[in-house]
Design a protein around this ligand. Structure first.
Ligand code: GLC
Length: 490
């Protein structure tokens, strides 16, 4: 048997062994099957970790587990603990759930809304992933009746009520606390992290498709549409970094007042980090990690960039630029195990104040510049969507040669990802699921059954939008976005 075949067989076996049952029905997959788990909650089903498993199931016609999961997570919402003086929004979905008594009886699975997690983080991404998965399920099976059922309509409405609720926002991007998504430890990713913006965009898009108009929903749907447009323009313009944009920032005036200013967020050019000088090739670019008042996080976060390609949030030229960046910096962004989660790592004092001196997030480890095989599926999908099959194939071969012999580590350490993560679980399920998805995508292109429906194709112009066009899009929005003069979204 070739190495590739044996790896795929082993990946399928791990996925099968990871199944969780409730009342005799498959409802999810555990995060890891390592007999020496790093933390007890890896034996639970995480919402975000289940997504790659679900994509494999959809691609392979095993749709039942996906619908069971969607229903269960919706029901689990009701389990939110009531904490006096701190009532959680009803739209929040759990980070994970566990099945009591091995699923032998009808006890309801027990959901964790962050209270069992390290650092007690609220899972902002869960309801976003749930909505995207619902769309993938509906599109794959044609079961639109499910999305139109009373419970699911209520679920979608609660999502919008929570995610569109105005708090202290001044931009169309969603404001979240640190560690509220895949990066679930303190990493300086509070504010407006790109990954959340991409997922938020995907959720808004999906909800417009699935939430039915009617007196209860019309106002929400109108807001949803406007937010989608403003978010899209905002990310495409302000998050984008290429050499032209870097030059602009380098020469920014600061302390400008009024509506017609260029440096809207009052970014000080002095905050540009040294490492970016000479790092960005001319033909490449990427979406920045985070944006806020006087704050650009220049770190390159792979998942947010890949999801932006997949959901059509990045324009086509931007998507090409991102892929070019991967190609030019292959050694550091892919190295010996795709894909590096973020580049560069924070080190020294910056590590201490960004992570709270977290030893798990030492430089070039775990969330702080580690390599995560679970991101391979998103890389493969984004590469294929951008016409870069060559890069997808290369990444797949690297991963396929190491993952099985290394026993499916959760993450790898080192600048080039050459070491198995110091505290990585082995037999991590989304590492295996990711390899299977990539294989299906390479075999069948992005039309692989189940997958085509995960990617979002919107109808806005995918090529350069002029300032005028963006402004036209903005005019229907609530956010009075001031465009930098004469700039094009490439
Ligand atoms: C870690 C990851 C998180 C994942 C969980 C279970 O906490 O940071 O993204 O969901 O492990 O695998």
């Amino acid at each position: 048997m070739t190495m590739r075949k044996s790896s795929l067989k082993a990946a399928h076996k791990l996925l099968e062994q990871s199944l969780l049952h409730h009342s005799g029905q498959p409802v999810g997959t555990v995060a890891a099957l390592d007999p020496a788990l790093v933390a007890p909650n890896y034996a639970e089903c995480f919402i975000r970790d289940f997504v790659p498993s679900a994509l494999v199931f959809l691609m392979e016609g095993k749709t039942e587990i996906v619908v069971n999961f969607l229903r269960l997570v919706l029901d689990l919402r009701a389990q939110q603990p009531i904490i006096l003086g701190h009532e959680r929004a009803p739209g929040l979905m759990p980070a994970s759930f566990r099945i009591p008594n091995d699923g032998d009886d009808d006890d309801m699975p027990s959901a964790d809304f962050g209270d069992r997690a390290i650092g007690r983080v609220a899972p902002v991404d869960s309801a976003l992933w749930w909505t995207l998965l619902l769309r993938a399920y509906v599109n794959t099976t044609g079961d639109i009746a499910l999305a139109h059922s009373r419970e699911f309509q209520e679920g979608l409405r609660l999502n919008l009520q929570l995610y569109l609720k105005e708090n202290f926002e001044t931009s169309p991007a969603l404001l979240v606390p640190d560690a509220s998504f895949m990066i679930d430890r303190r990493m300086g990713v509070h504010g407006h992290p790109l990954e959340i913006q991409a997922l938020f965009y995907g959720m808004l898009f999906t909800t417009l498709e699935l939430l039915l108009p009617g007196p209860e929903n019309d106002h929400l749907l109108a807001m949803c549409k406007k937010r989608l447009q403003t978010l899209r323009s905002y990310v495409r313009i302000y998050y984008w970094l290429d050499t032209q944009r870097l030059n602009e920032i380098h020469r920014y005036q600061s302390e400008e007042f009024g509506h017609d200013v260029t440096n809207v967020l009052n970014i000080y050019p002095e905050s540009i980090p040294d490492w970016i000088d000479g790092w960005l090739p001319r033909e490449a670019g990427y979406l920045l990690g985070n944006l806020g008042p006087s704050r650009i996080d220049f770190r390159f976060f792979s998942f947010g960039n890949l999801l932006s390609i997949l959901f059509g949030l990045a324009t086509s030229p931007q998507a090409e630029g991102i892929m070019n960046l991967f190609e030019s910096h292959w050694d550091s962004l892919m190295g010996e195990m795709p894909v590096k989660i973020c580049f560069p790592a924070v080190e020294g004092d910056e590590w201490a104040y960004t992570t709270g001196s977290d030893p798990k997030n030492m430089p070039w480890s775990y969330h702080n510049g580690g390599h995560w095989p679970c991101l391979l599926w998103a890389f493969t999908a984004a590469a294929i969507r951008t016409g870069r099959r060559d890069l997808a194939k290369k990444a797949f071969s690297i991963a396929a040669s190491r993952l099985e012999p290394d026993e499916w580590p959760e993450y790898y350490d080192g600048k080039r990802g050459n070491l198995i993560g110091r505290r990585a679980n082995l037999r991590q399920v989304w590492s295996a699921a990711s390899l299977i998805i990539s294989h299906h995508l390479l075999e069948n292109g992005s039309t692989a059954a189940g997958f085509d429906f995960f990617a979002i194709h919107d109808e806005t112009p995918q090529n350069a939008l002029s300032l005028k066009q963006e402004k036209q899009l903005q005019e229907s929005g609530t956010f009075n976005l001031v465009m930098p003069r004469d700039r094009k979204v490439s």
